[in-house]
Write a protein that binds this ligand. Structure first.
Ligand code: FES
Ligand SMILES: [Fe+2]
Length: 413
């Protein structure tokens, strides 16, 4: 396909069948991939880390996507700045390490030097009329919310408050602003970002592929809520449990309920609080807590909070730890799945929590997901791949697919 041959893409969008996954080209084609980055990743608020990764003045890390590289650096206790990693002189990248600490940002090419607020401090041998005030580093739209560092690459970003509003109480409940990263891992996955997310948005595969997940969650939950609210056939058994738990949890004074998008918009968000089964208190092998309580919790409420802030981020939270996901497209058939495990900032490793227990479920599950996504990508590459009919447990995938196609069409027409 020719790059920028939009008519072909529009025709392809129009030919997609309602209850089927996407055609091969959407999962393999380079020009669609590039269009996807522009249309989706660069137009969403996406969290790329947590403030506890850069606790000291001058601590920084780099977030890269496509051709962009962003320096995320702490200027002071209360200020984190996000700059395009592009020198204002002749454009060299400034930070070449993926993380570190620096009291000022010095370009390795001709040594233009910037303060941590992005202002140009020194530039040698310039003409007399040179005004260094005009040559600060360019900021990337950013917002630190509950310790999560969100970026938005758009020239006209959606209003952050409007974006976060329906999810705010669900996130705030867990006190992530007073959390720290216990550990983080990247799972490089040889699959297109949509194939990777298709998998994340259905739990039809959970029974055959995720014994750990099925050990922790009941089959009724998996059927009705495994990929989020309203993504599978309703379960009367689970609804009854949910009603009972909602009443009990409201009495304890904690948040209950769910949110899902009603109208088509730039946002693709969801959230819900649901009970664990069998007196479990946390998403662990034993069902017992693995760390100290976080946020507003004074006792364990036996509940579980799952949130999608966009297709590229999810938060899955027990009362004592949070597992966060960032899905980063790396190429037409490559996606990094980046996971952070957050615990209360005062919890100490070895005493209050143990990393192996903490990561057990999502580490095992994400390793399995990587394998099944890669198998899927290999099959989709065959000339004999044709989308097959979706099941009643793949409503989440269908929602994501429709949102994707509608957006792409809107962008191109
Ligand atoms: S490109 Fe950075 S100082 Fe010249
Ligand atoms: Fe999975």
């Amino acid at each position: 396909m020719m790059s920028r041959d939009y008519n072909n893409i529009i025709q392809l969008i129009n030919s997609q069948k309602d209850n089927f996954p996407l055609d091969q080209l959407f999962y393999v084609d380079k020009s669609i991939y590039e269009l996807d980055l522009e249309t989706f990743f660069y137009n969403q608020w996406i969290f790329v880390g947590h403030q506890s990764r850069i606790p000291n003045k001058g601590d920084y890390f780099i977030f890269s996507i496509g051709n962009e590289s962003i320096i995320i650096i702490r200027e002071s206790e209360s200020q984190i700045n996000c700059f395009y990693n592009v020198c204002r002189h002749r454009g060299s990248q400034i930070c070449l390490e993926t993380e570190g600490n620096s009291k000022k940002l010095v370009c390795p090419y001709h040594a233009w030097t910037y303060n941590l607020d992005g202002k140009l401090k020194n530039a040698r041998m310039m003409y007399e009329d040179f005004d260094k005030k005009k040559w600060s580093l360019i900021k990337c739209n950013s917002k630190v919310f509950q310790g999560l560092i969100f970026l938005n690459f758009s020239n006209q970003p959606d209003d952050f408050n409007e974006f976060i509003k329906p999810l705010k109480p669900f996130i705030e409940l867990h006190g992530l602003k007073n959390a720290k990263i216990a550990t983080k891992k990247v799972y490089p996955t040889n699959g297109n970002w949509k194939l990777t997310l298709d998998n994340f948005h259905e739990c039809y595969h959970c029974l055959p592929s995720h014994p750990e997940y099925c050990q922790v969650h009941s089959k009724e939950y998996i059927q009705a809520y495994g990929a989020g609210n309203n993504t599978g056939p309703e379960s009367k058994v689970f609804n009854k449990k949910l009603d009972e738990w909602n009443n009990k949890t409201k009495e304890l004074g904690y948040l209950t309920g769910e949110f899902s998008e009603i109208n088509f918009s730039n946002f693709f968000r969801s959230a819900e609080r649901t009970p664990f089964d069998d007196n479990r208190l946390s998403e662990t092998k034993s069902g017992k807590p693995v760390s100290t309580l976080m946020g507003n919790f004074k006792n364990f409420d036996g509940g579980y909070t799952t949130i999608g802030t966009s297709p590229f981020n999810s938060l899955i939270m027990s009362n004592d730890f949070a597992t966060t996901f960032t899905f980063i497209p790396r190429g037409p058939m490559k996606t990094d799945v980046e996971i952070m495990w957050l615990v209360d900032e005062n919890a100490s490793e070895g005493k209050d929590y143990n990393i192996d227990e903490l990561i057990w479920m999502w580490n095992e599950t994400t390793i399995a997901d990587k394998r099944i996504i890669e198998n899927n990508q290999n099959g989709v590459l065959s000339k004999k791949y044709k989308p097959g009919p979706l099941s009643t447990m793949e409503i989440g995938l269908k929602k994501l697919k429709n949102w994707y196609l509608n957006h792409l069409k809107k962008k191109l027409t």
